[in-house]
Design a protein around this ligand. Structure first.
Ligand SMILES: NC(=O)c1ccc[n+]([C@@H]2O[C@H](COP(=O)([O-])OP(=O)(O)OC[C@H]3O[C@@H](n4cnc5c(N)ncnc54)[C@H](O)[C@@H]3O)[C@@H](O)[C@H]2O)c1
Length: 255
C-alpha cells in the first residue's frame, strides 16, 4: 500500500486532500497542531474505513517534521507522497506589519516546507519508485494582494522552494510540485474575511464575495477540488511534471 503524509490534515483543505488520497488507496498519516481536530478527523476517517493515523506536531519546528517522517516510516514502512499543506495567513495593512507576524507566517508557511521536504526526501532517497513532494502554494504565490503582503511573500517563497527542491532532488527520482488554490471557504478564509471587514468597514462575508465575484467557474472552491489536483500530483499520471506550481482557482489568476 502506498503511503501519504498530509500536514494540516485535520481540517480545511488538508482534510479534503487526506480524504481523497485515502479514497485513492493510500495509507494516510495526518499531522496537525490541533489535537481535538486530529481526534475528530481520525475517528471520522476510521468510521469510513480509511487506513489513517495521526501525529500531533508543529510544522514550523524542524524536529517535529523529522519525527513525523519517522512515525510514517515506523507505522507504514515508507513514504510515497508528502504534502506540505499546513499554512497560516496574516491580514494587515502594509504599514502595520510587525516582526512577530512576519516571523510567524514565514515559520509556518515557508520554513515548514524546507523542513518537511528535507524530512521526506531523506526517506524517499533510499526507496525504490518515484517520490512525490507536494506543497501548498496559492494564487498568492503568483499575484500579490493588498492587506496580504506577508502571506503573498511567503507563498512566492514556496513557489521558489518548489523549483529549487525539484532541481536538487530530481536525481533521486523525487518530484516536487505545488498546488495553488484560489478562494475556499475554510476557517482560513473566515479569518481573512473578518480581518478585511474590520479594516474596510465591510459586512461579514463581503470580502469573500468581492474576491470570488469574478471566478470564471462561478463558485468558490471546495476541499475536494484541491483533493483532485493533489490526487493527480500524487499519481503516476504526473510523473513527467516537476518544479511546477499549478493554479487551481476556477479561473482567477492566469499564468
Ligand atoms: N483557503 C483558501 O482559500 C486557500 C487558498 C490558497 C492557499 N491556501 C493554502 O492551503 C493550505 C490550507 O489552507 P486552509 O484554508 O485549509 O487553512 P485552515 O486554517 O482552514 O486549516 C489549516 C490547518 O493547518 C493546521 N495548522 C496550522 N498551523 C499549523 C502548524 N504550525 N503545524 C501544524 N498544523 C498547523 C490547523 O490546525 C488547521 O487544521 C494553507 O497552506 C493555505 O495557505 C488556502
Amino acid at each position: 500500500m502506498k503511503v501519504a503524509v498530509v500536514t494540516g490534515g485535520a481540517s480545511g483543505l488538508g482534510k479534503g486532500i487526506a480524504e481523497r488520497l485515502a479514497k485513492d488507496g493510500f495509507s494516510v498519516l495526518i499531522s496537525d497542531l490541533n489535537q481535538n481536530l486530529l481526534d475528530q478527523t481520525e475517528q471520522e476517517f476510521l468510521d469510513k474505513g480509511y487506513a489513517i493515523k495521526q501525529f500531533q506536531g508543529n510544522v514550523s519546528i524542524q524536529k517535529d517534521q523529522k519525527a513525523l517522517a519517522q512515525v510514517a516510516l515506523d507505522d507504514f514502512g515508507r513514504i510515497d507522497v508528502w504534502v506540505n499543506n499546513a499554512g497560516v495567513e496574516s491580514v494587515v495593512p502594509f504599514s502595520d506589519i510587525t516582526q512577530e507576524q512576519l516571523e510567524k507566517v514565514f515559520a509556518i508557511d515557508v520554513f515548514s516546507v524546507v523542513y518537511g521536504t528535507q524530512a521526506a526526501a531523506e526517506i524517499m532517497k533510499k526507496q525504490d519508485g518515484i517520490g512525490k513532494i507536494i506543497n501548498a502554494c496559492s494564487i498568492a504565490g503568483h499575484e500579490s494582494y493588498e492587506m496580504l503582503a506577508t502571506y503573498c511573500a511567503a507563498k512566492h517563497a514556496v513557489r521558489s522552494l518548489t523549483v529549487a527542491a525539484a532541481k536538487e532532488y530530481a536525481k533521486y527520482n523525487i518530484r516536487v510540485n505545488s498546488y495553488c488554490p484560489g478562494v475556499a471557504a475554510t476557517s482560513m478564509w473566515e479569518r481573512v474575511d473578518a480581518a478585511m471587514a474590520k479594516e474596510y468597514g465591510w459586512e461579514s462575508g463581503e470580502a469573500m464575495q468581492k474576491f470570488s465575484a469574478g471566478i470564471l467557474c462561478g463558485r468558490t472552491q471546495e476541499p475536494a477540488d484541491v483533493g483532485n489536483i493533489v490526487s493527480f500530483l500524487a499519481s503516476s499520471d504526473s510523473d513527467y511534471i516537476t518544479g511546477q506550481s499549478l493554479i487551481i482557482d476556477g479561473g482567477m489568476v492566469f499564468r
